[in-house]
Design a protein around this ligand. Structure first.
Ligand SMILES: Cc1ncc(COP(=O)(O)O)c(C=O)c1O
Length: 431
């Protein structure tokens, strides 16, 4: 049994996330839908907070699952939040995150977004370019008349020159993210000499789905050494170092779980060394995972509408597809998949699970071992709690968008209603 299946309860061979049998949910909510188990989210959060040093705060990367009820689970656990747009910033407020627990990352932040972030006095704006720094200064300047004005808290996002192996890496070489490490110092000097800015430190996001703890701590270590050296040259006492997210989750038994203990031990080593260095004595640290916290909690559930064979390949057609769950095909991973009402049955063969879209790419897997499928069965694509609903193409072919369900305390709640993609406007509006 692969780890994602193992995370959920089963009752008489039927999956029952949080103790709620999946067929009952499907009857009441209709298919397809996303279902998230709050218990699994809490377990993932606790696993990380148990091993990380006290000086490291966990910020939930809300882009991985921008449902307010999901964000509230982490908010109640004490997490901060990482946002990357005005919409996510507003969502974070609505979910109850205190402004100082919000950090704002992402390239190309526009004037409106930056004005809102400055006005709301959020914990940190991660600056990714000279233009963004200018926009922050404009936003603070525009508020100068106000008595409550205080310097905007910022950190500089760095694109280090060192390379890291992996498919989903976002640092090293030319990048649209942050400042190249060898070009950032004049910007930091400028910011440090400007009373309208409170420069906290540095940020680096290495990439996503990194399963090897040693790779992660290797990146954090190299980044922290760069930060120590840079802060020393700038004679700058940093108060924040943000190590980013990117913690991976297993997609098969072969991959195994991220070694959280090893990650925690590595972080302890790195942060203790930083605390001994003159320019980081009072610094706090951040990690901002998304997938690790929300991914394993979620399953995308659809119903089998047809079973057919084409030239020896067996197809299972469902009422869900890549318009709702795009990543299984684009991330190039075989997402763990099962027939949720037949969890105890033995595999009968290999099947391609496909959706109703007029596009060949509309399939969840290349081939998956399944018990014999029948019309009416419920197919579950696991690891769908991150970059699932938020990374679909909901308007493609105008199928109804799926519901989102949260199970918590033995009960199931609809946390986003299904909706039929509309026409946009009934009548074209002249502009
Ligand atoms: C700046 C930043 N922080 C955090 C994340 C979350 O990454 P993950 O879900 O891999 O932990 C991302 C994802 O793209 C990101 O760009």
């Amino acid at each position: 049994m692969t780890p994602p299946f193992g995370a959920f309860k089963k009752i008489k061979g039927e999956l029952a996330p949080g103790g709620v049998p999946i067929r009952a949910v499907a009857e009441r909510a209709g298919t397809p839908f996303y279902i998230y188990d709050a218990g699994v989210m809490r377990r993932q959060y606790a696993r990380l907070s148990d091993v990380l040093p006290k000086a490291v705060s966990i910020h939930f990367s809300i882009k991985s699952n921008p449902n307010i009820s999901v964000a509230r689970v982490f908010q109640k656990m004490g997490a901060g939040v990482e946002v990357a747009s005005e919409g996510e910033l507003k969502l974070a407020f609505d979910a109850g995150f205190a402004p100082e627990k919000i950090i704002f990352a992402g390239p190309g932040k526009n004037e409106k977004e930056i004005r809102l972030a400055v006005k709301s006095k959020i914990g940190c704006i991660n600056i990714e370019s000279a233009t963004e720094l200018g926009r922050v200064l404009d936003a603070v300047g525009a508020r100068r008349g106000s008595k409550t004005v205080r310097p905007a808290r910022i950190a500089f996002r760095i694109n280090p020159s060192f390379e890291v192996p992996g498919e989903t890496i976002m640092i090293g070489g030319p990048r649209k993210f942050g400042f190249d490490d060898d070009a950032v110092e004049p910007m930091v000097r400028k910011a440090l000499s400007d009373g309208r800015l409170d420069v906290l430190g540095f940020h680096c996001f290495a990439g996503t789905q990194i399963l090897n703890s040693r790779t992660l701590t290797g990146v954090y270590d190299a980044f922290s050494r760069w930060a120590v050296e840079t802060a020393r040259r700038l004679d700058f006492n940093a108060r924040l170092l943000n190590f980013g997210g990117g913690l991976g989750i297993p997609f098969s038994e072969k991959e195994g779980e991220l070694d959280a203990d090893l990650l925690g031990a590595g972080m302890k080593r790195i942060t203790s060394r930083l605390a001994r260095s003159a320019n980081f004595r009072v610094a706090r640290f951040i990690v901002e995972p998304g997938r690790y916290l929300s991914g394993p909690s979620g399953i995308y559930v659809s119903r089998v509408t047809d079973v057919k064979t084409s030239r020896g390949v067996e197809y299972v057609i469902t009422d869900g597809g890549v318009h709702h769950a795009l990543l299984p095909i684009t991330l190039n991973k075989n997402y763990p998949t099962a027939i949720l009402n037949k969890m105890n049955r033995k595999p009968a063969g290999e099947y391609v699970i496909a959706g109703p879209l007029c596009a060949s790419m509309d399939q969840f897997s290349r081939k998956t071992l399944l018990p014999r499928p029948q019309i009416g069965d419920l197919i579950g694509v696991f690891n769908s709690g991150a970059y699932g609903y938020s990374a679909g193409m909901l308007y493609f072919l105008s199928h109804t968008a799926p519901a989102e369900i949260l199970v918590d305390g033995g009960k199931a709640w609809i946390i986003r209603k299904p909706f039929r993609p509309g026409h946009g406007v009934d009548k074209a509006i002249r502009i």
